[in-house]
Design a protein around this ligand. Structure first.
Ligand code: NAG
Length: 381
């Protein structure tokens, strides 16, 4: 009886081995296809070159070129559609030594820069940049080293410049400083400590003056002007709220909450119909909700684990997995459409959804790729 058992065991071992081999092959194939460019598909995953990650925000130049996006090593890169590749466009810091290459860029971003919000002035062709460490900057149509134009408002330095939009008539720039207490690399601390040092700021193109519009905000993040420029919308990431601030009309100066999101909102982008796409990065779970509603817990955590708390949260978010969505809203904050990550990893950790002609460009502050998806293949929900 022993011989058949040995034989059986051998057959089992072979089966297990071939199964394991199969799993590895499938995993490699999945990884490969996940990161490969396939022009024929209607959804394209475009890797970021040079070991950088985090294409957080997009802008197209006045001639439809781009998108341009800022990445973790401090570069702003431009997508050349005709050559299917990224090329370097601009940087926000003259110090480029040791910035690029495969290392943890969050440790060098205060030196190398971390460009987040981007927007072209369509008349002048200049690109305005909100860099998390360098403040508000501008660079000409040919790129290169950007020049700082604002580093503080009312005598208080920007701590975490984040998102911006431009009034294309006046050239005025509206942007957010997410916190004066925590830098970008500690962004989770901004949330769990209940930090309210965030500000909404205006840079006037003519006078070159910077004025404070709102302060005491909890992680103000994405900002977008309405089509007519009558109002702007901005989100507070900590409270998951969408606000409307009137800039013109008799309501000027009024602030209203017009929507509440189920997860942490990041950037806002207006589409050509005057609606707004809001990128939702991750779920606001029960645990975080409890911490946020008891700021003393968050503050204790932040003091104990100043940087690691951000990493711990990112790991947790990765484990919890497939979350992230784009929400389309009308001018009054009514939800028109929701696109989520149920279709796979394309919509994970969404920072921005940019609807441009027939495409969605989906950015993320953590992913190592940009997703481009035909708007026509995404079913309305
Ligand atoms: C692609 O477009 C860019 C920018 O317009 C241009 O500089 C470049 O020469 C073009 N490349 C080819 C192969 O046509």
């Amino acid at each position: 009886m022993t011989i058949p058992i040995v034989f059986h065991a051998k057959a089992m071992a072979t089966r297990i081995l071939s199964f394991a081999f199969g799993v590895v092959v499938v995993a490699i194939l999945l990884l490969y296809f996940d990161h490969s460019i396939n022009e024929n598909q209607e959804s394209m995953v475009i890797p970021i070159p040079g070991g950088a990650v985090g294409p957080e925000s997009f802008s197209f130049d006045g001639h439809g070129g781009g998108p341009y996006t800022g990445v973790s090593d401090g570069r702003i890169i431009r997508w050349l559609a005709n050559e299917s590749r990224w090329v370097d466009f601009a940087v926000t810091s003259p110090e480029r030594n040791g910035c690029e290459g495969p290392h943890d860029h969050s440790q060098t971003e205060h030196i190398c820069g971390r460009p987040l919000g981007l927007r072209f002035n369509e008349k002048t062709g200049q690109l305005y940049i909100a860099d998390a460490y360098m403040g508000l900057l501008v660079v000409g149509p040919n790129g290169g080293l950007a020049s700082p134009i604002a580093k503080e408002v009312d005598g208080i330095a920007f701590g975490f410049t984040n998102s911006l939009d431009i009034d294309q008539d006046s050239g005025d720039v509206y942007f957010t400083d997410s916190s004066t207490r925590f830098p970008r690399r500690n962004h989770v601390s901004v949330i769990i400590s209940g930090d309210n040092t965030g500000r909404l700021v205006k840079f006037e193109a003519k006078s070159k003056k910077t004025t404070l519009l709102l302060d005491n905000l909890r992680f103000p993040n994405g900002v977008a002007l309405s089509k007519s420029g009558d109002f702007l919308l901005f989100v507070e990431t900590t409270t998951c709220k969408l606000y409307k601030l009137w800039l013109k009309t008799p309501k000027v100066g009024n602030v209203e909450v017009i929507a509440q999101f189920p997860g942490f909102p990041d950037n806002i982008k207006r589409n050509k119909n005057g609606e707004f796409w809001v990128g939702i990065n991750s779920r606001r779970g029960k645990l975080l909700e409890w911490v946020i509603s008891n700021p003393w817990i968050g503050n204790a955590l932040v003091r104990l684990f100043p940087i690691d708390i951000t990493k711990a949260h990112l790991c947790l978010a990765r484990l919890i997995g497939r979350y992230g969505m784009g929400i389309r809203l009308d001018e009054n904050g009514n939800v028109v459409e929701i696109l989520d990550s149920s279709k796979g990893k394309r919509w994970k950790f969404v920072s921005e959804v940019d609807e441009e002609n027939e495409d969605f460009w989906i950015g993320s502050v953590t992913n190592s790729f940009v997703v481009r998806e035909k708007t026509s293949i995404t079913p309305n929900q």
